[in-house]
Design a protein around this ligand. Structure first.
Ligand code: OGA
Ligand code: NI
Length: 273
């Protein structure tokens, strides 16, 4: 991390606490397959549409597994074989969660439950373990500058140290850690498939003056050759809902993204219809 010029600092005084109505909604997945199904779908749809971010609890990934994967990440790079296996099990458990969420998000858009799943080709799943060291002057830098996620959907596990902030109504909102809770965010590809109903929003990570912070991000993506475009059911030329994006392969998107670099400038604009 390096000291940034004044105009490129997080401005920590202006960040809102996520208490109250601005917060990132916590959705209880316990009832996703119960009598309350429709209500859970509505909550997911609302969160995707208005925030592009939500949190899930009772998600089916065992508590012990979460505890272990965070501990393992903390012991960064000192992985014996048995721990590698634990990480692999965590990855498949998270994959299960992603598949349930993709079903729920499809439904929340009024699409067939397996619609999004079917658009992805061979699904890609990447895990990043982020380590944010303590920094004596957090207001001078970022752990991770503002960005949107270029993939389809991201599942973030953070430890008990705050740092993630999400842009909502023009203001940065701090997402306070809740144990055993994943933070889910909509990526660029989901914004395209939903024809702009769901938003891939800017987020960033800041650092703390005396504590290190760990987060584990699982990026879920289409296969490079998957053709991504707005779902036909969400396009209606007569109803003022024309396709906002043209079709492209995820590979094309990726190439464009790397050409732009990590700029916060929106890559999605380059794929407008
Ligand atoms: C990311 C990300 C946030 C965090 O890795 O894309 O947004 O809190 N991470 O680590
Ligand atoms: Ni991100």
């Amino acid at each position: 991390m390096s000291r940034r010029i004044t105009s490129d600092r997080p401005n920590l005084m202006e960040v809102e606490k996520s208490e109250g109505s601005n917060g990132i909604h916590v959705i209880d997945l316990r009832d996703l397959y119960g009598p309350n199904h429709a209500n859970v779908i509505t909550q997911i749809g609302f969160a995707c549409q208005h925030h592009g971010f939500f949190q899930v609890k009772n998600h089916g990934v065992p508590e012990k597994m979460i505890e272990n994967v965070l501990r393992i990440a903390r012991e960064f790079f000192r992985l014996p074989e048995s721990e590698r296996e634990e990480v692999a099990e965590y990855c498949s458990s998270v994959r299960g969660l992603v598949l349930r969420l993709l079903g729920a998000i499809s439904e929340s858009l009024g699409l067939q439950t397996d619609y999004i799943d079917k658009q992805l080709g061979n699904h890609g799943q990447y895990m990043a373990m982020n380590y944010y060291p303590p920094c004596p002057e957090p207001e001078l830098t970022y752990g991770l500058p503002g960005h949107t996620d270029r993939n389809l959907i991201t599942i973030l596990l953070q430890d008990d140290v705050p740092g993630l902030q999400v842009l909502h109504n023009g203001k940065w909102v701090a997402v306070n850690p809740i144990p055993n809770t994943f933070i889910i965010n909509i990526g660029d590809q989901m914004q395209v498939i939903s024809n702009d109903r769901y938003k891939s929003v800017l987020h960033r990570a800041v650092v703390n003056s005396n504590k290190e912070r760990i987060s584990i991000a699982t990026f879920y993506s289409p296969s490079p050759d998957a053709v991504i475009g707005p779902a036909p059911d969400l396009i209606d030329d007569e109803d003022n809902r024309p396709a906002v994006y043209k079709k492209f392969t995820y590979q094309e998107y990726y190439d464009k993204f790397w050409n732009i670099g990590l700029a916060t400038e929106c890559c999605l604009d380059k794929f407008k219809a």
